[in-house]
Design a protein around this ligand. Structure first.
Ligand SMILES: [Zn+2]
Length: 102
């Protein structure tokens, strides 16, 4: 099956929670244990599960996930969640004319 970014992020989230074994994560998501292992180690995925590079939906290379200092999640940096949060905070600040003074 195709391993989408959503699947990779689910696996990384579950791995980050450290509650489930790789085997249980694989079963829950419906992918092979080997694929979970590959995602966990940041190695290239098995050929049948290879992520289509150049796909707009997966523009970041696979690498070992890093603990984000902003949200504490295991993510590929830059952390998209924190980027979005920063953007939202900036938008909110702008409404109150706070950021223009800074
Ligand atoms: Zn973050």
């Amino acid at each position: 099956m195709r391993i989408t970014r959503a699947i990779v992020e689910d696996v990384l989230r579950l791995l980050g929670e450290k509650k489930l074994s790789q085997r249980k994560i694989a079963k829950r998501i419906g992918i092979s244990r080997a694929t979970v292992g590959s995602i966990a180690s940041g190695k290239r995925l098995p050929s049948e599960d290879r992520i289509p590079l150049g796909n707009d939906d997966f523009d970041r290379p696979l690498g070992p996930p890093t603990r984000c200092k902003g949200c504490g999640g295991m993510v590929y940096l830059p952390c998209r969640l924190c980027q979005v949060r920063a953007l939202k905070a900036k938008e909110r600040g702008r409404c109150r004319h706070r950021w223009q003074a800074a």
